[in-house]
Ligand binder design. Structure first.
Ligand code: FAD
Ligand code: NAI
Length: 474
């Protein structure tokens, strides 16, 4: 039997990054992952690489290019005849991007001398000085680990009684490989996936309706930012109905019908070619056999961990989507690194207050720290400063002036408490705010830093200046 210092179960961003860090720290390390590519071969990288972050961003880019060419190139004097999009090619390109990432992770396993097992890992029993893990699949064997890191991720949540068939009722998986533009597309849930996938298919020509149960749009986002984003989505023709109660869903040869009650209490039915259900995700421990060792799960099926990702079992750790906290790839990665460092006796640390969020729509939405509504609820005295991209030279040159940067700072100390951005390249701009908050910077610190001109980042500086009511360009 092969013995390892560290066995990682799951090769998504939580698992493969934990394995790399453990190997860097000198541990003999194994990583087990069961994801298969279309040929049955290994496809490490988890949800993120295969059916999540990476493929969705590939499709978002292709569809945005198409929309730019069709709607905005004319503004630059560029004329196009017979503009068309080949959906098969768009999806094939996405698949190629995914494969590059799968191959990259396999290369990283080799480079770091990590033993990779392609199969399902499950707890067999607690053994002398560790745990026996059975691997089943392409690799069939039992290995032992002194430490085990569980990083088995999450699965899409289905509506009760409406299983995913990936033909008409799609999860994120099917949503990323629709073979032709559906004429009518309905999405249930206007969260992150609903908005990103709804944008992709709207841009390439689908008539998209998003049905959301909650009466507020993007409740976790700063209200002012969410309002601004909603205005932009409305203008683009992305129909979002809030406060609905979804009723019966029926599939037939011609498509799918979705009955619902609107916020006004009216009974409605939508006919669509495809339905995407994006109502959140559930932690995944299918096949892990946690009972064999008494690994504790909570009522949601998440593995119970403390602040440092320790489970109820000695030397068994869990990270990423399978534990509490936001279901984000970078959160999973940070936890993976921190656990490997803790195993090595170091002080791995994850700051949950500075984890950025990004929604990759157009405009992009990104934030870190607390929202204005949270500060009010917490009774914190704060100052707010905003700066619109309309007044930013680079945004004008880009032809994309939607949105703003918003700073929230402590009224007395000026410490930055939250930064919220809706607008072009918000995903990249937010990094400055994350660094600032990690270093406990004040709004004035950012306002005094020289930012390149012309750049979108000047809007960040100006929003910091706005906290002190002294913007220069607005
Ligand atoms: P996963 O990535 O789910 O990986 C778990 C891996 O473990 C899988 O490969 C699975 O096959 C394997 N596994 C499970 N059980 C076993 C077992 N018993 N034995 C062996 N292997 C097993 N997050 C972002 O931060 N940014 C984004 O832009 C973003 N976009 C997303 C878009 C979509 C459409 C979706 C669905 C998600 C997106 N996410 C995004 C979320 C992100 O994908 C997850 O937070 C992240 O993948 C979690 O990483 P993880 O390692 O915990 O789990
Ligand atoms: P989500 O939690 O973002 O949104 C789900 C939405 O569905 C919510 O607005 C919720 O109110 C609504 N909803 C729930 N039940 C409903 C019902 N019965 N009828 C109508 N609406 C209902 O979940 P989503 O979009 O499925 O994404 C899952 C997770 O994946 C995200 O929370 C995020 O962690 C991750 N993700 C991250 C991305 C990013 O970082 N850019 C992109 C995509 C996903």
């Amino acid at each position: 039997m092969k013995n390892f210092d560290v066995v990682v179960i799951g090769g998504g961003p939580g698992g493969y990054i934990a394995a790399i860090r453990a190997a860097q720290l000198g541990f003999s390390t194994a990583c087990i992952d069961e994801w298969k590519n279309s040929k049955g071969g290994p496809a490490p990288g988890g949800t993120c690489t295969n059916v999540g972050c990476i493929p969705s961003k590939a499709l978002l880019q292709s569809s945005e290019n198409f929309e730019e060419a069709g709607k905005h190139f004319g503004d630059h004097g560029i004329s196009m005849k017979d503009l068309a999009i080949d959906i098969g090619k768009m999806v094939a390109r996405k698949d190629a991007v995914v494969k590059q990432n799968n191959d990259g992770i396999l290369y990283l396993f080799k480079k770091n001398k990590i033993s990779f097992f392609h199969g399902r890992g499950s707890f067999a029993k607690a053994a002398e000085g560790g745990y026996e893990i059975k691997v089943a699949g392409a690799a069939e064997e039992t290995i032992t680990g002194k430490h085990v890191i569980v990083a088995t991720g999450s699965n899409p949540r289905a509506l009760p009684g409406v299983p995913f068939d990936e033909e008409k009722v799609l999860s994120n998986d099917g949503a990323l490989r629709i073979p032709a533009v559906p004429k009518k597309l309905v999405l249930i849930g206007s969260g992150v996936i609903g908005l990103e996938m709804g944008s992709v298919w709207r841009r390439v020509g689908a008539e998209v309706t998003v049905l959301e149960a909650l009466p507020t749009f993007l409740g976790a986002v700063d209200e002012q930012i969410a309002r601004e984003a909603k205005k932009a989505f409305d203008k683009q023709g992305l129909k979002i109905e809030l406060g609905v109660k979804v009723g019966e869903i029926k599939t037939s040869g011609s498509g799918v019908s979705v009955a619902y009650t609107s916020a006004k209490g009216e009974a409605q039915t939508l006919q669509a070619d495809k339905l995407i259900v994006s109502i959140g995700r559930v932690p995944n421990t299918i096949g892990l056999n946690p009972e064999a060792v008494g690994l504790k799960l909570d009522e949601r099926g998440a593995i119970v961990v403390d602040d440092e990702c320790r489970t109820n079992l000695p030397n068994v750790w869990a990270v990423g989507d399978v534990v509490r906290g936001p279901m984000l790839a970078h959160k999973a990665e940070e936890e993976g690194v921190a656990v490997a460092e803790r195993i090595a006796g170091q002080h791995g640390h994850v700051n949950f207050n500075t984890i950025p969020w990004v929604i990759y729509t157009s405009p992009e939405i990104a934030w870190v720290g607390r929202t204005e509504q949270q500060l009010k609820a917490d009774g914190v005295q704060y100052k707010a400063g905003t700066f619109p991209f309309l007044a930013n030279g680079r945004a004008r040159a880009l032809g994309d002036t939607t949105g703003m940067v918003k700073f929230l700072a402590d009224a007395k100390t000026d410490e930055i408490l939250g930064v919220h951005i809706v607008g072009p390249m918000a995903s990249e701009l937010i990094s400055e705010a994350v660094v600032a908050m990690e270093f406990k910077a004040s709004a004035e610190d950012i306002a005094r830093i020289c930012h390149a001109h012309p750049s979108l980042s000047e809007a960040t500086k100006e929003a910091a200046l706005a906290v002190d009511k002294r913007t220069l360009n607005f």
